[in-house]
Design a binder for this molecule. Structure first.
Ligand code: FMN
Length: 442
């Protein structure tokens, strides 16, 4: 059988294109309630997508500047638990920050989601770039320290997920033993950031270890992802750099002693789909008209940590005003190079950021979007995509009803689920854990 794509979707109920909530019929009144978001997840499941994905930020700084698109209206673990009850096959990936939470809680929540959903849980590991003021911190720790903490955090979570042997629950009614305590062990972890005794509160979950996704594209981000992740989210607007990223990452995975075939590289894509190219262009233009350019200017100023009040929208940002690339995250560097090498004016930059957030943006019919995805997939730039609906529900409906069938007709995507768990959808083996019952299991 031909190799098929992995497709997840970034579920942003207010739409990926900034201010697309202003379109008629956007369901903007229904956020953060349950029914609308469940209807999107069910649509994704009918399209046989691998997973829905919820990002998260633990602050309202963007929303306070007028940009609601990425705000954490939904807390991922709670909304995914509710979605679990109203779907049956689709994977459920949620973000938890390693900078603002404790690994014991995260291990427990994710294992619980895995149990409740019958093995569909996934965790997007992020180190966060903002939100420190809500957690008693004076500033964000620098990226190197954040990633060091993340590495330790993930090690603990994995150890906790393995702290109950798969055969620990014996349910021996005659003997009066539900559990064999020799098959449950503490982890006794003591490190730079955390001290955790373990074991976890309950039995090993259906997947053993929920799927781990990671999304840092900086040096420390790639080092972490290649060591711990089952899938990598990344913003790659151009094919040549996407190919370089994929080949570098596969090399790092091999260096970490892991199989590169078992780490899915999933760049984001924002497709604006019409029945004809002209219709798609009309939709893209209508989305552009929703923008407030002063708000966009404030957002870009905040992203770069600079003043932009004196720059005319039709001017470029002077290069000397932009921070050096080394001071910026990988995503901010995408926009830095669009401004410097790409020569975009401030107006063009606001529009580009609003519609792409640094991802690949494409306007076309289902067939032309599928052509592009097929090209990226076949040249090895990726193993699939994280689909970003530019607007909801219409943009997502078109992805599910037009783009996915086009990929299916080409044999590039499944027409039915063959597995039950997210690991099975991704063709990842389940890691077994069985302890010796005779010796010391610590
Ligand atoms: C598809 C995708 C989703 C992401 N989701 C989140 C998120 O929900 N919360 C968050 O704080 N960061 C998120 N990030 C940001 C990354 O985790 C990371 O912090 C960012 O890319 C900066 O780190 P880097 O310089 O190592 O790339 C996401 C990135 C990508 C590509």
């Amino acid at each position: 059988m031909t190799r098929q794509m992995t497709l997840t979707t970034f579920l942003l109920p207010l739409g990926y294109h900034r201010n697309s909530w202003r379109l008629p019929g956007s369901c903007a009144e229904d956020v953060p309630g349950l029914d609308f978001v469940v209807s999107l997840a069910q649509m994704a499941e009918r399209a046989k997508l691998d997973a829905v994905f919820f990002g998260d930020v633990s602050h309202a700084n963007g929303a306070m500047r007028g940009d609601t698109m990425m705000n954490g209206f939904y807390e991922p673990m709670t909304v995914l638990s509710a979605i679990a009850a109203r779907t049956s096959r689709i994977g459920l990936i949620g973000t938890i920050s390693t900078s603002f939470t404790e690994p014991y809680n995260a291990a427990r929540q994710l294992a619980a989601l895995d149990h409740l959903s019958g093995g569909r849980a996934g965790w997007n590991v992020v180190t966060s770039t903002d939100g420190f003021a809500n957690f008693g911190l004076a500033e964000m720790p620098d990226p190197v320290e954040r990633y060091r903490r993340a590495r330790e955090y993930v090690e603990i979570v994995n150890a906790l997920w393995d702290s109950w042997s798969d055969d620990a629950v014996v349910v021996d009614r005659d003997g009066g033993r539900w559990l064999d305590p020799t098959r449950v062990r503490p982890i006794d972890f003591s490190g730079e950031f955390f001290s955790v005794a373990g074991p976890l509160t309950g039995p090993r979950s259906p997947q053993g270890r929920p799927v781990i996704v990671q999304a840092g594209s900086s040096g420390p981000g790639k080092a972490l992802g290649s060591a711990i992740a089952d899938a990598i989210y990344t913003a790659q607007p151009h094919l040549p750099t996407a190919i370089d990223f994929a080949s570098e990452l596969r090399g790092l995975v091999a260096d970490a002693g892991r199989d590169p075939e078992r780490v899915k590289i999933l760049p984001g894509i924002v497709p604006v789909i019409g029945d004809t190219l002209a219709e798609a262009e009309e939709i893209a233009a209508a989305l552009g008209e929703m923008l407030d350019y002063d708000q966009g200017r404030r957002q870009i100023a905040a992203d770069f940590g600079i003043q932009l009040g004196d720059i005319d929208l039709d001017e470029r940002i002077p290069e000397e005003r932009l921070p050096d690339p080394g001071q910026l995250s990988s995503r901010q560097n995408i926009f830095r190079s669009k401004a410097v090498e790409g020569g975009l004016t401030l107006r063009e930059l606001v529009l580009d950021r609003a519609r792409s957030t640094g991802h690949q943006w494409i306007v076309g019919t289902a067939a032309t979007v599928a052509d592009r995805m097929q090209q990226w997939f076949e040249v090895g730039a990726c193993d699939g995509f994280n689909l970003n609906a530019p607007y909801n529900p219409g943009g997502f409906e078109r992805m599910c009803a037009q783009l996915v069938p086009e990929l299916q007709n080409r044999g590039l995507f499944r027409t039915e689920y063959s597995g039950e768990t997210l690991r099975e959808h991704l063709e990842l083996p389940r890691p077994d854990v069985r302890f010796s019952t005779s010796g010391d299991n610590r």
